[in-house]
Design a protein around this ligand. Structure first.
Ligand code: GDP
Length: 386
């Protein structure tokens, strides 16, 4: 045994120094460097040519709450809404002084917007994956968006988890975008509406809007689509499925999913029950009689008829002129919502209002303050500068 520490097996030779990260400052800068902002024309050219990176960036712009981004986003949206019938975004002939075409807001009727709702676990993502793949295989271009105001995950809803729709997420004819991260339902709705316009301008002719949250979001989605599809399960009472009567009334089709294996007969029985129940509802303004059907998103049984129903509805409502009328009614809704949101934002971000707000909220929560009076006081302060 040697006493020479250098010759001992226990001696740990000092290794070569691991080099520090090459120019850490540069790496930090590269990581934090903001991408160069695109101009309105660059956004439009990218979106029109179907460039998915530019489309994604435009959606991120729409979702941003920075005032500068908001302004730019509005310009991009306005140009998308105006530009459909022209020769493209670089065609300046029809543009107003601000660069927007002002006369034509008929954008766009070549698309179909379908809302898809149902309780968690009913099979929405499996259904969207299966029906979506069928549609893209036929040459449709499909965008899948989600509404989930309850989500606090920074990247939005579970839709963000691409493995949920494995085939669609790698399908060149599909574009999946998670719900904008949490915000007020109104805010999320506006962003989703604008995202629909961007996707349609990029050439997506079928738009699925999925509700991930349960509750109010169904009504919101109903207000932005042409066709509202409710997925249900057989053998669970409506109460169990968390579905309120009002939501059934909004549905253009009720589709009972998981009609496979032992469940098939139950699904058939449920179909009859719902069809019967729907007869008791007054006919909708569109003149469309809601369809009840069964399907299996897993075995893909019944998907073809679901799409046929959507197409029938499309054709019928076009023929009656309801389709256009309905979209214009929705635009009116957008008009008021945008005003409401803008006023609220302006009101709440004012220095005199924003500062005492937290304290007032606490006092109301603690039962120390009358909410009516507190609101009134703030409004007076806002209007009269008192
Ligand atoms: P979501 O929460 O509504 O999006 O539901 P998912 O699509 O994630 O489906 C929930 C579960 O139901 C998953 O385990 C699916 O595999 C299953 N599922 C979905 N569709 C069907 C179907 O048609 N038949 C059967 N047997 N299972 C299904």
């Amino acid at each position: 045994m040697t006493n020479d520490p250098l010759k001992s097996a226990l001696n740990v030779m000092e290794g070569v120094d691991t080099p520090g990260q090459i120019n850490t400052e540069l790496v930090r800068k590269l990581r934090t460097r903001k991408k160069k902002q695109l101009s309105v024309a660059e956004y439009l050219d990218g979106i029109y040519s179907g460039n998915r990176t530019v489309l994604s960036r435009a959606i991120t712009l729409v979702e941003s709450s920075l005032p500068g981004d908001q302004e730019l986003a509005q310009e991009v949206i306005a140009a998308c809404m105006a530009g459909r019938k022209g020769d493209g975004p670089t065609d300046k002939r029809h543009l107003s002084a601000t660069g927007h075409r002002v006369s034509d807001i008929s954008h766009p009727v070549t698309s179909i917007r379908v809302g898809i709702t149902g309780v968690p676990g009913v099979g929405k993502s499996t259904f969207i994956e299966a029906l979506g793949t069928l549609l893209t295989s036929r040459g449709h271009k499909l965008a899948v968006l989600a509404i989930d105001p309850s989500s606090t995950r920074s990247k939005g809803s579970i839709l963000g988890d691409k493995t949920r729709m494995e085939d669609l997420s790698v399908d060149p004819n599909a574009f999946i975008r998670p719900s904008p991260s949490a915000g007020s339902l109104g805010g999320v709705a506006r962003k989703t509406r604008e995202t629909i316009i961007l996707c349609e301008t990029a050439g997506f002719d079928v738009i699925f809007v999925e509700t991930v949250g349960v509750g109010q979001s169904e009504t919101t989605v109903h207000g932005m689509v042409d066709f509202f599809l409710l997925l249900m399960l057989a053998g669970a009472g409506d109460e169990l499925q968390g579905i309120k009567r009002g939501i059934i009334e909004m549905a253009d089709a009720i589709v009972i999913n998981k009609a496979d294996g032992d469940n098939l007969n139950k699904a058939k029985a449920a179909k009859n029950e719902y069809a019967h129940a729907l007869h008791l509802f007054p006919p909708s303004e569109s003149g469309w009689i809601p369809v009840v059907d069964i399907c299996s998103a897993r075995t893909k049984m019944g998907l073809e008829p679901v799409w046929k129903t959507i197409m029938d509805h499309h054709e019928t409502t076009h023929r009656h002129g309801y389709f256009q009328r309905h979209r214009r009614e929705q635009n009116l809704q957008v008009f008021y919502e945008t005003i409401e949101e803008g006023l609220k934002h302006h009101f709440l971000s004012g220095k005199d209002i924003a500062q005492p707000l937290e304290k007032i909220e606490q006092e109301i929560r603690a039962g120390l303050r009358n909410p009516y009076l507190a609101a009134h006081e703030l409004l007076q302060k806002f209007f009269n500068g008192k």
